[in-house]
Design a protein around this ligand. Structure first.
Ligand code: SF4
Ligand code: SF4
Length: 68
């Protein structure tokens, strides 16, 4: 646990060239850290806790966890 209270040093990152904007990740994200726009999605670093839930539901494996 870091001083900021974040439980993980991981951060979800989306590959916009693969993402089909199906919104599955945004629906399951427990931190509401994924914003969906018409042509892309955005993962908010300040909200994402690196839980990895989004990576498991993405049908095209467009999200991966990276080190902060
Ligand atoms: S890793 Fe967890 S908190 Fe971060 S965007 Fe994915 S589901 Fe949300
Ligand atoms: S689940 Fe995958 S394809 Fe669907 S919006 Fe999220 S990143 Fe894009």
């Amino acid at each position: 646990m870091s001083p900021t209270g974040k439980p993980s040093k991981k951060l979800a990152e989306v590959n916009g060239e693969i993402c089909g904007i199906c919104q599955a990740c945004a629906t399951v994200c427990p931190k509401n850290a994924i914003d969906v726009f018409e042509h892309y999605i955005v993962i908010l670093p300040d909200k994402c806790n690196g839980c990895g839930t989004c990576t498991k539901v993405c049908p095209v494996e467009a999200i991966e966890l990276v080190e902060r």
